[in-house]
Design a binder for this molecule. Structure first.
Ligand SMILES: [Zn+2]
Ligand SMILES: [Zn+2]
Length: 469
């Protein structure tokens, strides 16, 4: 299926892992340059697929993005990008248990499909092997039900959840466990009516963008909880390049430049359960196209369109993409030059159950300590790494550990302005209905680290009396 010609410029990913390794250094550049190259090649492809040069391309319209490959090559290319991301970052090893976050949309639908294909193949190899020594990784699926936030008629929601269940059930064997969990599960059961508390929490945030962002962080919290309670050690998301491009712009606009590089890598291990983004090199258009081609069923949920910065940026980026199909790649590639953090890697595996090839690959591609920043303090709301200036604003924290000021001091400047209510009465309400996990983050992580930092920079700090003059 995959192309083996060394002169091929069509961004094919080859079948052989060794070849993948050889090409690794160039791959990112290749995948990003695809669109540009394809523009040049369109004229000399004589109406045939650029890769196999045998079948007609999916679309006859030479200006359309799907005029490069035939359906088979298109599919193989997209799966190749996914598999390359998984293998070169050692995302999934045979002993892992992977939870796929499924929202019903095309990106996570493709992520689910690809994980399923990898899983079936591993299972086949296992069944065929004589000694059955190599285990097969486990797969589960999680769906976060947000009906309590978006008022959707219950019949519609029931239908949608029915569709999600049938999508997961209809994947070929082995059966995958599906967890449908309401977003208010971020509250522990003994803390009263979660739905009511969640409503109060969101009501206390006056800013529309802040509310959307808070909900996003809570969604991650809910996913982490499902994974950790059910024995998963990897959380796989369907975030594609288009989504990440929007995040790059919104984070920049919101003043989250310091923590931005943490969010846009293949791996994010700052969470208890490391988060994987294997579709980081795939465009939303490509994923939509695959769903159409293969009849992968998706589920639409009625969610209010982003009303604040997020909505504006998303329409801005799609406008840019319409004008020039490589814009999203350019945005992500530019942000990709920022130095990642030490947690943007999978911890190196030292397990004899894991094939030597996987361990070698991991050693080779994993971030080296000199290629990344380290950060030990995180915003209690968004879990973004805190910059030194954020940490210094924690200066009053030691004195007032029980007051709502603690919350103001323990988050990044972006969350402080966008999510935390400025009105003291709302802030009281907000801190009273925070999920316990977030409150715990405020108390444990940052205070210790703040004291360490304070000791380090003691000589440079103004004394209290200096400060007042
Ligand atoms: Zn082809
Ligand atoms: Zn934050």
């Amino acid at each position: 299926m995959a192309c083996s010609a060394s002169t091929c410029q069509s961004n094919c990913y080859r079948d052989q892992p060794q070849e993948e390794e050889e090409d690794a250094k160039h791959t990112n550049t290749n995948s990003i340059a695809t669109n540009t190259i394809s523009n040049n090649n369109r004229n000399n492809s004589h109406g045939l697929c650029l890769k196999c040069k045998a079948n007609p391309p999916i679309s006859a319209d030479t200006h359309a993005d799907d005029s490069r490959f035939c359906a088979d090559c298109f599919r193989a290319n997209l799966f190749g990008k996914f598999r390359f991301a998984v293998t070169s970052n050692a995302m999934i090893s045979p002993t892992d248990n992977v939870l796929v976050a499924f929202s019903g949309g095309p990106s996570s639908r493709v992520a689910l499909q690809f994980v399923h294909e990898m899983h079936s193949k591993a299972q086949k190899n296992f069944d065929a092997s004589r000694d059955r020594s190599l285990p097969v990784f486990g797969v589960g699926v999680a769906f976060i039900d947000e009906t309590s936030v978006y008022s959707v008629p219950s019949s519609e929601q029931d239908n949608a959840i029915g569709d999600i269940t049938s999508i997961v059930e209809n994947l070929a064997l082995p059966t995958k466990q599906l967890y449908v969990v309401p977003i208010e599960s971020v509250y522990s059961e003994d803390s009263g009516d979660g739905r009511e508390r969640l409503k109060k929490l969101l009501d206390a945030v006056p800013d529309a963008t802040g509310r959307e962002d808070l909900l996003l962080h809570l969604r991650m919290l809910a996913l982490q909880k499902i994974a950790s309670q059910n024995g998963y050690n990897r959380l796989l998301l369907g975030s594609c390049i288009s989504r990440i491009a929007c995040h790059v712009i919104t984070a920049t606009v919101k003043g989250q430049g310091y923590s931005l590089p943490a969010d846009i890598q293949y791996v994010d291990s700052r969470w208890e359960i490391p988060v994987l983004l294997p579709l980081r090199d795939c465009l939303a258009q490509e994923l939509n196209m695959l769903c159409r081609l293969d009849g992968l069923k998706t589920v639409d949920f009625i969610r209010s369109p982003g009303s604040g910065i997020n909505g504006l940026v998303s329409s801005f980026v799609s406008l840019l993409q319409e004008e020039n199909p490589s814009r999203e790649c350019t945005i992500v590639r530019t942000a990709g030059k920022l130095i990642p953090f030490h947690f943007n890697r999978i911890q190196e595996i030292d397990d004899s159950n894991v094939p030597l090839a996987t361990r070698r690959r991991q050693k080779r591609y994993n971030l080296k300590p000199n290629e990344c920043f380290s950060s030990e303090s995180f915003c209690f709301i968004c879990n973004g790494p805190l910059s030194k200036s954020d940490l210094l604003s924690l200066r009053n924290l030691e004195q007032c550990q029980t007051s709502p000021d603690t919350f103001v001091g323990a988050c990044c400047s972006s969350c402080r302005f966008q999510v935390l209510p400025q009105d003291p009465s709302l802030l009281d309400q907000f801190s009273a209905v925070l999920p316990r996990q977030l409150v715990a983050r405020v108390k444990h992580d940052n205070l210790d680290n703040y004291s360490v930092l304070r000791e380090q920079i003691q000589d440079c700090l103004l004394s209290e009396s200096d400060d007042e003059t």
